[in-house]
Structure formats: structure tokens, C-alpha cells
Write a protein that binds this ligand. Structure first.
Ligand code: ZN
Length: 223
């Protein structure tokens, strides 16, 4: 009898180890808005290259025209590029013609800089309207929001950006960051190292959303 109990205990111990070995996949997407922005974007690209992970950059048309080489590097390094308006004006109050103009100039800036035709769009400030979503659909763009707001752009709040990421991290989440301030490079580096330790793998937003997100649909995270 004792032998059976011993055997049973062994089997239970082995079973308790199994879920860890076959842990569910934990995928997460890191996104950077408002760039490209010179040295800050360069440092973030260096970090992503060093850590061999992809990210998604939501770029502004006028910044793309200022730093076309950074767009070329993003594309060459395998990152995903999405639109974030031409000059970061809020777009939820724009009429259809103004929206179409903004999309056209931003799409043109990106395609001239690196030959990529983005499929994703993130509205400045996360502010969108029905007209904006239908215009995005016409341009074959998905509307991408986020599920983890780091507030890394805010000097009074970014001391807690890293803990926001680590506390809210989960499979399928989209992390919002910005390539604006130097502090964001350190936050991103610490987050990447820590999340890797916790078993997360990083992917682009399109990969996270199954490879082919639907145009004109609003996403906050993977379903
Ligand atoms: Zn923005």
C-alpha cells in the first residue's frame, strides 16, 4: 500500500511540473507612437535589434519626412509600421475629406521613405469617430488602440511606467509607448528584459491579431 502511495505522489509531482513545461503561449506587442524621433528612435531600434524582437511603430507623416532613414531601418529590421496621422492633430472631429487627405499624405510619406504600405492606423490620443473608422476601412486600415497605457510620455507619470507594464502584462496585450523621451528607452529595455524572464515572446501587432487584422475594425488587444 505504502509503495502505491509513494508512486501516486511521484505521479502527482510530475503532473504538477507538466503545465510549466507546456505553459500556454504568452505573446505581447510593444508599440511606439509619435516618431520617428532621431536619437530616441535609434536607441529603441538598437535595443530591439540587440534583443532580437519585433515591435510596431505608429509614425507621423511629418516626422517620417524628417527621418526617412529611420523608416528604412524599421522596415529592414522587420518591424511593423502603422500610421499615426500626418501631424498628430486629433482626428475624431475631422470631416471625411480632411481625413482622406491626412491618410493620403501619411501613406505617401511612409511609402516614399521605405516602400511599405501600412495596414494599421492608430488615431492620435486614441480619439476616433464613426466617420474616422469608416474612412480607415476605405483605406484598408485596421484601427489599433491599446490595452496597457504606460504614460511614458508624461514626465510626472513615467516613474511608474515599468510597473504598469509588469502588473498588467498578459497574453495578447498591446503596450502603448512613445519614441519621444529618452526615459522611454530605459523603460522599454527594463520591460523587455523582465517580460522575457517571465516567458513572454514579442510580436508585431498584426502577428498578435492573427496575421491579417480586419480593415475598419477597432482593436484594443488580441481577442
Ligand atoms: Zn500620439
Amino acid at each position: 500500500m505504502r509503495r502505491w502511495i509513494g508512486l501516486l505522489l511521484c505521479v502527482c509531482m510530475l503532473l504538477s511540473l507538466l503545465p510549466r513545461a507546456q505553459a500556454a503561449q504568452k505573446r505581447i506587442a510593444l508599440t511606439f507612437d509619435d516618431g520617428p524621433n532621431g536619437k530616441v528612435t535609434e536607441r529603441i531600434l538598437d535595443l530591439l535589434e540587440r534583443e532580437k524582437i519585433p515591435a510596431t511603430f505608429f509614425v507621423c507623416g511629418e516626422q517620417v519626412e524628417r527621418y526617412p532613414a529611420l523608416l528604412q531601418r524599421m522596415a529592414q529590421d522587420g518591424h511593423e509600421i502603422g500610421l499615426h496621422s500626418y501631424c498628430h492633430c486629433y482626428m475624431d472631429t475631422m470631416e471625411q475629406a480632411e481625413l482622406a487627405d491626412d491618410f493620403a499624405s501619411c501613406l505617401c510619406a511612409v511609402s516614399e521613405a521605405c516602400g511599405v504600405r501600412p495596414k494599421l492606423f492608430r488615431p492620435p490620443g486614441g480619439r476616433y469617430s464613426e466617420t474616422l473608422v469608416s474612412c480607415a476601412k476605405q483605406e484598408k486600415l485596421s484601427v489599433i488602440l491599446w490595452s496597457i497605457d504606460t504614460l511614458d510620455w508624461n514626465r510626472r507619470e513615467n516613474g511608474r511606467s515599468l510597473s504598469r507594464i509588469l502588473q498588467q502584462a498578459d497574453d495578447g496585450q498591446i503596450i502603448l509607448m512613445h519614441d519621444l523621451l529618452k526615459t522611454s528607452c530605459e523603460i522599454a529595455e527594463n520591460a523587455v528584459l523582465q517580460l522575457k524572464k517571465e516567458g513572454y515572446t514579442f510580436c508585431t501587432v498584426s502577428e498578435l491579431l492573427g496575421g491579417n487584422p480586419e480593415a475598419g475594425r477597432v482593436y484594443f488587444a488580441a481577442a
